[in-house]
Ligand binder design. Sequence first.
Ligand code: XBP
Ligand code: MG
Length: 246
Amino acid sequence: MTALEAVIFDVDGTLSDTERDGHRPAFNDAFAAHGFDFTWTAEEYGPLLAITGGRRRIAHDLRARGFGDAADQLAADVHRTKTMLFAERVGSLSARPGLSDLIAGLVAEGVRIAIATTGSRAWVDPLVRNVLGDGVADVVVTGDDVTRLKPDPEVYLRALHALALTPESCLAVEDSAVGLQAAMGAQLATVVVSNDYTADQDFTGAAVVRSDYVKPEPLSANVCRAVHRRFVESGGYAPKIADFRT
Ligand code: XBP
Ligand code: MG
């Protein structure tokens, strides 16, 4: 039986509730700094999260507002400002309730911690340091390190490569359907801990779905081990048809 050797965490919505009151105001302040007269309300922002990566999200919205061919360059400029603003603010963000106990339990048992996110390294590194502590994450793979963002599995495959582990010995923790698809694409057993923006999404294929780290029982290192064991014993994900041909 393969033992659990590492847990790979998503960042936004998983380590911390960053989206509604973190990224969104930074996007809005960047829009204002570049002379745009619109903002993203909390309601408008939810559906926009289906477009991963802040630069792509801005470009999508600018195209919808009629900016045409100029959208991509404008998005790159606005996103640079947004990244700088958000990096200055990560000190005010805290871990989701119950996460710190889970991390402490995993570390105490020798389970390694890794990060696989779509976000930009300029703010991911300080956020991970603030929320988890210095040096707790062995591996941090960001959106800057990949050519294809989630739901593509590339970020998880790169994290596994950096850990020098196979998916059978790891568990992923995600908050969204897009993230779950990325983790499943890398053949990882995945715990979904949803939040207000993602609660109604389709989490088919997740090893466990919950809305909280604490209730109804804490997501502890032991629970992670049990989830991982059950997933491995059940054979993981069904092989794809192409696998039978090889
Ligand atoms: C997070 C994202 C990111 C953040 C904004 O997805 O899609 O784009 O919303 O960060 P996940 P950037 O949690 O699945 O990694 O502006 O740095 O892209
Ligand atoms: Mg997320």
